[in-house]
Design a protein around this ligand. Structure first.
Ligand SMILES: Cc1cc2nc3c(=O)[nH]c(=O)nc-3n(C[C@H](O)[C@H](O)[C@H](O)COP(=O)(O)OP(=O)(O)OC[C@H]3O[C@@H](n4cnc5c(N)ncnc54)[C@H](O)[C@@H]3O)c2cc1C
Length: 376
């Protein structure tokens, strides 16, 4: 995005990619259909030490601008859920869109280019690579975060930032499944593959979406979203009935079907195997008329406030993004140029701006690519 924008301004642009293919994450995104933006995108969809930083770029390049580009390239798309836009056919179309734009803008793309060294000199930057030595006036680092190391991710952006004396905030895998403590895994592993709508919360942040039990722990959109707010050792509170007042409903059931087993009744509201697992765990069994009001309140409370202490996360191997990164205080929110290093720019995921699940990470990447592309 940055290369094409700069190319259209008549700049001579060289794009260096260390792997043999560009845009790998685009190809693997959205289950192969690339969730390329979100209709409801706003600055509130991002985590950052400075929540205001992303505002300028997003307001200059909102989701509508990328949608317009997608339409101009004749790519069919649809809204899946919650404003998330996906290609009808394939992620390849989004990569092709960018390649076409780069081609029209005269960008020279070189793959298999390992960058060995960057030196600042009087004319800008001297970049020594496996494919030759280049001299440039502006150098844009857009090498992303640490997730999916076997897909080409490297810590290059963070190392370059440090080389030029810029602060890098602590990094952590985000939008990532949780692993469970061994005793919890023993209980929940048999539910592997089952999903259920929940509210996952940490302090005052909550997401109501699906949870997916896995053979390692917990995943699904609600878990991926809340994982971005999780720190090792913290607890996650899960409401297994986010849209039901369980105490009231159980009270009504006790009136209407007093002899019905509590598990049978709960089985009307969630997957029977999930009911059985939790009822075994908390020893809830028998006809509902044997539960007095205090016991019924305890049942409702247990299901509304299941507290999980994850063992950890699956880490960068499966994380969609990296939380933290180059301190946004070091970079102009207008141009993305490093404030104390003229001609050096950082854009995309390497910055301390982490989007929610749902197309927000690409939207930020497009927006800052467009912004920096106007100034390099
Ligand atoms: C499995 C998966 C699915 C995802 N799905 C979505 C989705 O549907 N919607 C969404 O919004 N976000 C999604 N994301 C997140 C999104 O892909 C990233 O946030 C986004 O790609 C970041 O863009 P970027 O340009 O900053 O970095 P990247 O897209 O990671 O691009 C960085 C590029 O730099 C190259 N590179 C790395 N190191 C070097 C080096 N040392 N020298 C030269 N080149 C280097 C890499 O090979 C790569 O091509 C997904 C991520 C993953 C892992």
């Amino acid at each position: 995005m940055c290369a094409a924008t700069a190319g259209y301004r008549g700049r001579s642009v060289l794009l260096l990619e260390h792997s043999n293919k560009i845009g790998r994450k685009i190809l693997m995104s959205g289950g192969g259909r690339c969730n390329f933006t979100n209709l409801h995108n706003s600055p509130s969809n991002y985590l950052s030490a400075n929540p205001h930083f992303c505002k300028s770029a997003l307001s200059r390049y909102p989701a509508a601008r990328f949608i317009e580009l997608v339409e101009r390239h004749g790519i069919d798309y649809h809204e899946k859920t919650l404003g998330q836009l996906f290609c009808d056919v394939s992620s390849k179309e989004i990569l092709q869109l960018l390649l076409t734009e780069c081609d029209w803008a005269g960008v020279d793309i070189r793959t298999d280019s390992t960058i060995y060294r960057i030196d600042k000199n009087a004319d800008g930057y001297r970049v020594k690579t496996s494919a030759g030595i280049w001299q440039c006036q502006s150098l844009v680092i857009a090498t992303g975060g640490l997730s999916i190391p076997n897909g080409g991710a490297t810590p290059f952006a963070y190392e370059t930032a440090k080389q030029f004396g810029l602060k890098v905030l602590p990094l952590q895998a985000a939008l990532v499944p949780f692993t469970l403590q061994p005793k919890d895994l023993e209980v929940f592993k048999p539910l592997s593959g089952v999903s259920h709508r929940i509210r996952a919360s940490i302090r005052d942040t909550a997401f109501v979406e699906n949870l997916l039990f896995t053979h390692r722990g917990l995943s699904g959109p609600a878990i991926l979203q809340i994982s971005s707010y999780w720190d090792p050792g913290a607890e996650v509170e899960i409401d297994l009935f986010p849209e039901l007042d369980l105490l009231q409903w159980l009270g009504e059931q006790r009136e209407e079907r007093p002899k019905a087993d509590i598990r049978t009744l709960l089985g009307q509201q969630m997957h029977k195997r999930v009911v059985q697992t939790f009822c075994d765990l908390w020893s809830f069994e028998g006809p509902i008329n044997r539960f007095d009001s205090r016991q019924l309140a305890a049942v409702a409370d247990a299901f509304h406030r299941w507290v999980v202490k994850p063992a950890g996360t699956e880490g960068y191997r499966t994380a969609e993004v990296t939380r933290g990164g180059i301190d946004t205080d070091e970079v102009s929110s207008k141009t993305f140029e490093a404030k104390k290093v003229a001609g050096l720019y950082f854009i995309g995921e390497c910055l301390d701006v982490t989007g929610h699940l749902g197309g927000h990470n690409f939207q930020f990447a497009w927006a800052c690519g467009d912004a920096a592309g106007q100034y390099v």
